[in-house]
Design a protein around this ligand. Structure first.
Ligand SMILES: NC(=O)c1ccc[n+]([C@@H]2O[C@H](COP(=O)([O-])OP(=O)(O)OC[C@H]3O[C@@H](n4cnc5c(N)ncnc54)[C@H](O)[C@@H]3O)[C@@H](O)[C@H]2O)c1
Ligand SMILES: OC[C@H](O)C(O)[C@@H](O)CO
Length: 400
């Protein structure tokens, strides 16, 4: 794979609207596992009156992007045709449809990357994340946001307050996942919460739970540097998961963290069988357990503990009404510091290296900058970003 000629074809004839005339719609495309390419795709057009055309400034790499890159599939979603990767993005509005009132060119937005049908029973009941006809970026057969321009319905583009940067904007997607998980857990002021996993989702769950008033937040992982970051971010306690049985881990965690007979809430943000089993032993009688992690489809599960403790168990999938707005508010008011999760920013042409870096582990969140900076920085200028490759945290972790 080679980035090739980035600016060869600027597809200007397809775009009569000035902001995109000299811009690139270079896209990072997965053909099949470990086979990626950069290609100029036609700049998408506004087709509906409520649509917005956005120049993508930053995209975070999610574990699911890496999974598609490595395996070409997640469950029954199989990459059969070349697919643009990426779905955690923020960008700048460059054009709006005739009915759009709340956004204008120049506005900076976080992109919610899944569009439900708006008509089915789940959509009408306010659970649009469960819509069977969801069109979700970088979930086959739909292209993702690692591209120059993106067209979206205006109500799925959330204007960023002036004190929220575009890099933070790209973290709104995983933060919305965490907001949804913590809402599913019904975390209340004074609650004790254990979060299994201190990757981006687990870290953000810990931070959101704290902002909801949890007095004790325990982060659990096997990587000490991630637990240290959890403490910096929100955790009051950490537990380093041991190669012991689920019961032994649960007893040690409860004792070390002074959790008495159990935590009010346990959130799994690891997807790891041993963590899930431990979580059911850590939750208190009558407590709540939420499954956010997506690992193996079938596992051995301590169902007797669930029964005898009358545990309330909920799943959590993506995000629904209000989750993006709350995520943005939590960043804007300083309750959640998403900047701490950003390990580094890669240039668009280094997207494949960015994926390799994520696969190596050790990093938390890697962002990829949008392709248009190569052509004309003016689109991104004046936005107050401090973006040139900031790989300090990568080197810190590698050195340490
Ligand atoms: N429900 C949803 O809508 C949704 C959305 C996004 C991601 N996810 C899922 O959430 C999970 C977390 O996402 P992420 O991006 O933070 O992934 P991640 O892989 O970065 O985080 C998982 C963490 O679990 C830790 N871990 C592994 N084994 C462990 C063990 N035995 N004990 C404790 N910790 C252990 C890892 O070190 C890592 O830090 C993944 O399973 C992902 O698929 C779910
Ligand atoms: O954050 C959203 C998740 O990453 C997606 O659901 C992913 O699994 C792709 O469909």
């Amino acid at each position: 794979m080679a980035p090739g000629s980035i600016i060869q074809e600027l597809v200007s004839e397809q775009n009569t609207r000035s902001p995109t005339k000299t811009k690139s719609n270079l896209s990072f495309i997965l053909n099949k596992p470990y086979d990626v390419q950069f290609a100029e795709r036609p700049i998408p057009k506004i087709s509906g009156t409520h649509d917005v055309l956005v120049a993508v400034n930053y995209t975070g790499i999610c574990g699911s992007d890496v999974h598609y890159w490595e395996h070409g599939r997640i469950g029954h979603f199989v990459v059969e045709e070349p697919m643009v990767l990426g779905h955690e993005s923020a960008g700048t509005v460059v054009d709006v449809g005739s009915a759009v009132r709340e956004l204008a060119p120049g506005d900076r937005v976080a992109l919610e990357p899944g569009y439900p049908c708006r008509r089915c029973i789940d959509c009408l009941a306010g659970r649009y994340n469960l819509c069977p006809d969801m069109v979700f970026a970088a979930t086959p057969p739909h292209d993702g946001t690692l591209t120059g321009f993106w067209v979206a319905p205006s109500d799925f583009c959330y204007k960023l307050p002036t004190n929220v940067t575009l890099q933070e904007g790209a973290l709104i997607e995983p933060l919305a996942v965490a907001v949804h998980i913590v809402q599913q857990a019904r975390v209340r002021p004074g609650a004790t919460v254990v979060v299994m996993g201190a990757g981006p989702i687990g870290l953000l769950c810990a931070a959101v739970a704290k902002s909801f008033g949890a007095v004790k937040v325990v982060s659990v992982d096997i990587v000490q540097s991630k637990l240290d970051l959890a403490t910096e971010l929100a955790a009051t306690h950490t537990y380093c998961f041991q190669r012991n049985s689920a019961e032994e881990n649960a007893n040690a965690l409860l004792a070390q963290c002074n959790l008495g007979k159990g935590a009010d809430v346990v959130i799994d943000a690891s997807g790891v069988e041993a963590c899930i089993q431990t979580g059911l032993h850590v939750v208190k009688m009558g407590g709540t357990y939420v499954q956010g992690g997506m690992g193996k489809a079938d596992i051995t599960f301590p169902i007797m503990a669930l029964c005898q403790k009358e545990v309330t168990v909920r799943g959590s999938f993506r995000y629904g009404p209000g989750d993006y707005q709350l995520a943005i508010e939590l960043v804007a008011n300083g309750a959640v510091n998403v900047k701490k999760l950003i390990t580094g920013v890669f240039d668009f042409t280094q997207a494949e290296d960015a994926f390799k870096k994520v696969k190596e582990g050790q990093v938390i969140k890697i962002l990829i900058s949008g392709p248009n900076e190569h052509i004309n920085g003016s689109l991104n200028a004046g936005i107050g970003e401090n973006i040139r490759p900031t790989l300090d945290r990568v080197s810190e972790i590698e050195d340490g």
